[in-house]
Design a protein around this ligand. Structure first.
Ligand code: KIV
Length: 266
């Protein structure tokens, strides 16, 4: 598959081609997804929920992110590989932010990092980008701020929040991010941001007018069912497929129907 780069993503905005992104956390899934010519694989810190079973993304560590990035990297065929910087790996100071972003690139093999937040952390985002590490921003519902938000709800609904999101997006663009994820924001707000920025917007629960879309792969495949936001479309029901397969296996082992001749060494 053609190897995608940051330029591929930037050019898609110019040519008005939609950008496709899915989260991915392991080798097998990376092989399957990248075989379909997806643009971006995101090793999201949502792995805290869907792979590690935490209540939220806050306990995820930089070592967790590097471990999963390495696995995805080995299976990836051509997609741009982006990894989330986990909670408190970039907020404390500029030195930590650069060091941790560099670990994700050098040890994990990602080509870019994603960071949640706006003007409050602009100095860290600028420093990472100045250190030659491409950055994707993440605005709107930023799951690492769950304890401030109180719950996972749509953001940017008041005039003040609407204006702040636009100025955050413009400030991030100015310091060099190459794309921004907009999560759980009204469609009209996402449209306005998309029209004002030269860099692409990638929406998750942000409506139809973003330059691209992203979903959590375990949500869209019907694997993760602890909670399903309104914006998720299930393209498969692998959870049920797995349960049925396992049930059939158990029944066949108990009934002596497995293994059969073709599964046995002479
Ligand atoms: O962690 C994640 O999976 C994400 C996506 C929802 C964009 O940040």
């Amino acid at each position: 598959m053609n190897k995608k780069t940051v330029l591929t993503i930037l050019n898609k905005k110019q040519s008005k081609e939609k950008i496709t992104m899915l989260t991915c956390y392991d080798y097998v899934t990376a092989k399957l997804i990248s075989s379909q010519d997806i643009d971006v694989l995101l090793v999201g810190d949502s792995l805290g929920n869907v792979k590690l079973g935490y209540e939220n993304t806050l306990p995820v560590t930089i070592d967790d992110m590097i471990y999963h990035t390495k696995s995805v990297k080995r299976g990836n065929d051509g997609a741009l590989l982006v990894t989330d910087m986990p909670f408190m790996s970039y907020e404390i100071n500029i030195e930590d932010a650069i060091k941790n972003a560099a670990r994700i690139i050098k040890e994990g093999g990602a080509q870019a990092v994603k960071v949640e937040g706006g003007i409050e952390i602009i100095d860290k985002i600028k420093a990472i980008s100045d250190a030659k590490i491409p950055v994707i921003g993440h605005l709107g519902l930023t799951p690492q701020a769950i304890n401030k938000f109180g719950s996972f709800k749509v953001q940017g609904r008041t005039k003040e929040a609407h204006n702040k999101l636009i100025s955050d997006a413009q400030a991030l663009e100015k310091v060099g991010i190459f794309a921004v994820v907009l999560e759980a924001v009204p469609e009209q707000l996402a449209k306005e941001v998309t029209e004002r920025l030269k860099i692409p917007t990638i929406g998750i629960g942000a409506g139809r007018y973003c330059d691209g879309q992203v979903l959590v792969v375990d949500d869209m495949l019907g694997m993760f069912t602890d909670f399903t936001p309104k914006f998720v479309k299930k393209y498969a029901n692998l959870g049920e497929t797995i349960k049925t397969a396992v049930k059939n296996y158990i029944d066949e082992v108990k009934e002596g129907k497995f293994p059969q001749k073709e599964n046995i060494y002479k």
